[in-house]
Design a protein around this ligand. Structure first.
Ligand SMILES: Cc1ncc(COP(=O)(O)O)c(C=O)c1O
Length: 379
């Protein structure tokens, strides 16, 4: 079945008792046993729940993986995937990785004995140079947040192979509708389902999907052992959101290119970071690797923080808020918001400055969005 059909149907028809068209929510912590040897296949909701299973089957299918765990947040998905590694293991990660991921890696996991090197992953030679005998993993986030750098997935897999290192891709920014990292040989994909997969800014969640059975089994074991799974109600909400993933992504990216072109031509804007623009340094790679350019973009204003602040605070349709991927447009200032947990040096290395504004483009009419940004910039 095609992608959009799987969004609507995969994993959904689970109610053999009453034939409900929509997957029921099973808000139960435990399931009674038939006798002392057998049960329905479910015994305790941390370990398994029919509503969560429906979502996991759906996401696994959309990414093309063999197994998925749906977690309580995107960060619990990051933590779940990182639990595949052991103390002493070295991991290469992008310099402009999401701020929360950077904090988990650079503070918590470093304290637990993992080692990290952060590099500009658009430069494959820099990634190769960062690899050490102890390198066991390459963490990829593409396009990156917020600078929209596109990383060559196939090239990362080639670097990982001789080392037998695991490749893990955070696919949050594009969703499986626009990018399926397994097609390039990536081992593990993770999502903050808070973003496009749910798409309605009303739940936080995550997912880890594996291409091969061994990793899928280990991830399912870790998710249960660490207690990372999402609640049945959250799973139901995400499953509800995922049904419209394809049409949301299409409409939102159509708006995004119009906004990117408007900003690109505006005299108060210095640089627009959107892989859909021909001027973007990885435009050709994005065309090859992605099925579209997505609905996230960032831009640098010419006159620094005062103008960046004005754009954020004077826009009327773009709420100033963290997060992204919902049906409503959002605007944010990475330095004090999404990337505040990154050190000033880390931000500088990633190119995030006080001129940088990030936009998550929603489903509103593009004319209204462009007009709103125009009045905010010129205010
Ligand atoms: C790319 C990316 N990965 C992971 C996360 C963490 O997800 P959550 O906020 O759902 O824990 C975020 C959150 O913004 C993100 O943007």
């Amino acid at each position: 079945m095609k992608f959009e059909t799987r969004c609507v149907h995969t994993g959904v028809h689970k109610d053999a008792q009453y034939n409900s068209v929509i997957t029921p929510i099973y808000p139960t912590s435990t399931f009674f046993w038939n006798d002392l040897e057998s049960n329905s296949g479910y015994d305790y909701t941390r370990s398994g729940n029919p509503t969560r299973d429906a979502l996991q089957e759906n996401i696994a299918s959309l990414e093309g993986g063999v197994g998925c765990v749906a977690t309580s947040t995107g960060m619990s998905a990051v933590h779940c995937a990182m639990a595949l590694f052991n103390p002493g293991d070295h991991i290469v990660a992008p310099a402009d990785v999401y701020g929360g991921t950077f904090r988990l890696f650079n503070q918590f996991l470093k304290e637990k004995g993992l080692k990290f090197t952060f590099v500009d992953m658009t430069n494959a030679e820099a990634v190769k140079a960062a690899v050490q005998p102890a390198t066991k993993g390459i963490w990829i986030e593409t396009p990156s947040n917020p600078m929209m750098k596109v990383i060559d997935l196939a090239a990362m897999v080639e670097i990982a192979k001789p080392q037998n290192a695991l490749t893990i891709c955070d696919n949050t920014f594009l969703s499986p509708y626009l990018q399926r990292p397994f097609e390039f040989g990536i081992d593990v994909v993770m999502h903050s389902t808070t973003k496009y997969i749910n798409g309605h800014s009303d739940v936080v969640g995550g997912a880890v999907i594996c291409r091969e059975q061994d990793n899928a089994k280990r991830i399912a074991w870790i998710c249960n052992a660490l207690g990372l799974a999402c609640s049945p109600f959250d799973a139901w909400l995400v499953l509800r959101g995922i049904k419209t993933l394809g049409c949301r992504m299409e409409a939102q990216q159509k708006n995004a290119i119009k906004i990117a072109r408007f900003l690109d031509a505006h005299p108060l804007v210095e640089t627009v970071y959107y892989p859909g623009l021909e001027s973007h340094p990885q435009h050709e790679l994005a065309k090859r690797q992605q099925d579209g350019f997505g609905a996230m973009l960032s831009f640098d204003v010419k006159d620094g923080r005062p103008v960046a602040e004005k754009v954020c605070l004077n826009s009327k349709l773009f709420d100033v808020a963290e997060s992204l991927g919902g049906i409503e447009s959002l605007i944010s200032f990475p330095v004090t918001m999404s990337h505040a947990s990154m050190s000033a040096e880390g931000r500088a290395a990633a190119g995030i400055t006080e001129k940088t504004v990030r936009v998550s483009v929603g489903l509103e009419h593009s004319d209204d969005l462009v007009e709103d940004l125009r009045q905010a910039l010129e205010s």
